[in-house]
Design a protein around this ligand. Structure first.
Ligand SMILES: NC(=O)c1ccc[n+]([C@@H]2O[C@H](COP(=O)([O-])OP(=O)(O)OC[C@H]3O[C@@H](n4cnc5c(N)ncnc54)[C@H](OP(=O)(O)O)[C@@H]3O)[C@@H](O)[C@H]2O)c1
Length: 289
């Protein structure tokens, strides 16, 4: 990349945005603005317009989202989730169209119902099981409706920043002699640092192929396998019992199988999808050093 580009990152304090911030220094041709809820509340279309007029980003990475999957099922929460995950994406996409900004919008494996038995391709039929999944699907549709966006679905995101399964497991394995983890939901974890790298590679490639893509780490495991790998990485003596989803009821229904086929993002943007275990080991090293 020759010329410098201006990159807006929304949801600046989340897992993905925090990893992007860590990477930013290594990309001297990119001028970043990390805007959190305080400076850029994405549910405020007037604030978006003002912001775009002032900063005029070349790229907008929309890392802002309502991600409380179970809370979204509570009375009154669906509207907040929809405002953030759907309506706000439409507003961002419209601003992107006006200012010729390239939108990279992040979505989720929860747009699928999990009835497949082979990895989901980007064009496969969607059928979200939860409020969160439905609002994210609507957000994708609005992103594509108003601008030539790159929509990246990812899954099971963790990082040394924010709240996630890896950090919860590390805490529980310290606190308890035994835990139970579901072993009948299959997916691929995603280290937010790998996803951040992939997104920055897409920008650096300066080759824009709009569309819907899938990005996760390589592999397919259950939450029980994931927990077991965390236990092994820290040499914990905590006993982990595999249980079926019925034994751990949650307000939001989750897909039983949501492995995503990452072929197209690798072919078109030449990004790397490291094997899940290596990335997990890297993150745990940061968390435990
Ligand atoms: N986490 C996962 O397992 C997972 C899985 C699949 C897909 N994804 C998708 O990946 C993307 C990044 O997820 P993540 O894990 O980095 O999420 P995260 O850690 O929950 O961060 C989301 C950020 O969005 C901000 N936000 C919420 N409402 C906002 C608003 N109205 N205006 C501005 N900012 C707002 C939050 O701010 P506050 O801190 O102030 O609330 C938070 O900092 C999201 O699109 C998510 O749907 C995540």
């Amino acid at each position: 990349m020759q010329q410098s580009v201006r990159v807006l990152v929304t949801g600046a304090n989340g897992q993905l945005a925090s990893e992007l911030r860590e990477m930013a220094a290594a990309h001297s041709q990119m001028i970043f603005d990390f805007a959190g809820r305080d400076r850029l509340p994405v549910t405020d279309e007037a604030a978006i317009q003002q912001y775009f007029q002032a900063f005029r980003p070349d790229y907008c990475i929309n890392a802002a989202a309502y991600t409380a999957v179970d809370k979204a099922e509570e009375p009154g929460e669906a509207e907040i989730a929809a405002a953030t995950n759907a309506t706000a994406v439409g507003a961002l996409a419209r601003a992107c169209a006006v200012y010729s900004t390239k939108l990279i919008h992040i979505s989720t494996d929860y747009v699928f119902d999990g009835t497949a038995s082979t990895p989901y391709k980007p064009g496969d039929v969607t059928n979200p099981l939860s409020v969160y999944g439905a609002t994210k699907l609507k957000g994708e549709q609005l992103a594509r409706q108003y601008t030539d966006a790159v929509v990246i679905r990812t899954a099971w995101v963790y990082s040394s920043f924010g709240k996630n399964f890896v950090k919860t497991m590390l805490r529980l394995m310290q606190e308890r002699p035994a835990i139970s983890v579901v072993n009948d939901q299959f997916g691929a974890p995603t280290y937010a640092r790998d996803l951040a790298n992939a997104i920055l590679d897409i920008i650096a490639a300066a080759r824009w192929v709009p569309g819907t893509y899938h990005y996760t780490n390589e592999g397919a495991i259950s939450w029980y396998d994931f927990a077991t790998a965390i236990k092994e990485a820290i040499h914990s003596s905590c006993v982990i019992t595999p249980i079926p989803s019925e034994a751990y009821p949650t307000p939001a229904k989750r897909p039983a199988y949501s492995v995503l086929d990452t072929t197209s993002i690798k072919e078109i943007y030449k990004v790397s999808t490291p094997y899940w275990l290596g990335s997990l080991t890297e993150c745990i090293k940061i968390l435990t050093q």
